[in-house]
Design a protein around this ligand. Structure first.
Ligand SMILES: *Cc1c(COP(=O)(O)O)cnc(C)c1O
Length: 254
């Protein structure tokens, strides 16, 4: 059963308390953490209810489902356009569709995907402030910091070399991509504290490349923390938490 708008409002209030408390402990402002509402497996009405409660950013892990819910522009309560984040792995043949529907893709983990996205975005409609054509897409690189076999993302031991490889190509190689930071999924042990080390690893990697400037001048984001481990993620510097269950309830996969 999907939540009613009232139930969702109550869950949002509880979640905001958790976020507020974690920000306080970490000495951070609430504004420094973006809430991405993970609406996967929930219907368009759930998205509508979330928008009524002030949601501006949604996460979907399958491109087709993202297209169904977010191809038509939606307006947030604050007057901004609602943003769609693709947070699941995207097969090469779906990258173009992902680039069209998404404002940000969190799950990029190969040079092939980066190169293909650059080509695809260059050919999409869009006039940019600097006079160039095409869509400028924000992307994050997913790192398998929890080192779990089932999770996708760059291997922790290869992530640094991968990023150094991008740097050596230079900013002019990717005019239609904005490299915004890193994403990871914490360890799925059911114990939030178990993810602290991989969240800290991600923060250190982000800091190291942000300091280089150039292609990494926008490398400010850390997408980490979900329903079970968002407090630890915020304490370790998360700038985007991806929350599904705590807002929408359990997903029905049947
Ligand atoms: C489903 C999903 C989430 C949300 O997880 P919850 O535990 O329901 O908050 C976050 N990130 C990714 C990549 C997901 O696939």
């Amino acid at each position: 059963m999907e939540f009613t708008r009232e139930q969702m409002a109550a869950h949002l209030a509880t979640l905001e308390n958790r976020i507020g408390e974690a920000c306080k402990i970490a000495g951070r402002s609430r504004d420094s953490v973006k809430l991405v509402w993970v609406s996967k497996f929930h219907p368009a009405e759930a998205v509508e209810n979330a928008i009524a409660l002030g949601a501006t950013d949604f996460g979907e892990n399958r491109v087709q489902e993202a297209e169904l819910k977010f191809s038509q522009p939606l307006m947030a309560k604050n007057g901004e356009r609602v943003r769609c984040h693709v947070i699941g792995p995207v097969q090469s043949n779906k990258l173009k569709k992902a680039a069209i529907v998404a404002d940000c893709i969190h799950s990029i983990a190969s040079m092939e995907a980066v190169e293909k996205l650059e080509r695809v975005c260059a050919a999409l409609p869009g006039n940019n402030a600097d006079g160039t054509q095409g869509k400028v897409l924000s992307i994050l690189f997913q790192v398998n910091a929890g080192e779990e076999e089932t999770k996708s993302g760059l291997d922790v031991h290869e992530a640094e070399a991968f990023l150094a490889g991008l740097e050596s190509r230079g900013a002019s190689a990717f005019p239609h991509l904005r490299f915004c930071g890193l994403m990871t999924i914490g360890k799925n042990t059911g114990v939030a504290e178990d993810s602290r080390e991989c969240f800290a690893f991600l923060r250190n990697l982000r800091d190291k490349f942000l300091a280089k400037g150039g292609v990494f001048k926008d490398f400010t984001q850390l997408s980490m923390g979900m329903t079970l481990d968002l407090e630890v993620a915020i304490e370790e510097g998360s700038t985007m938490i991806r929350v599904g269950t705590a807002l929408f309830g359990e997903r029905d996969y049947t």
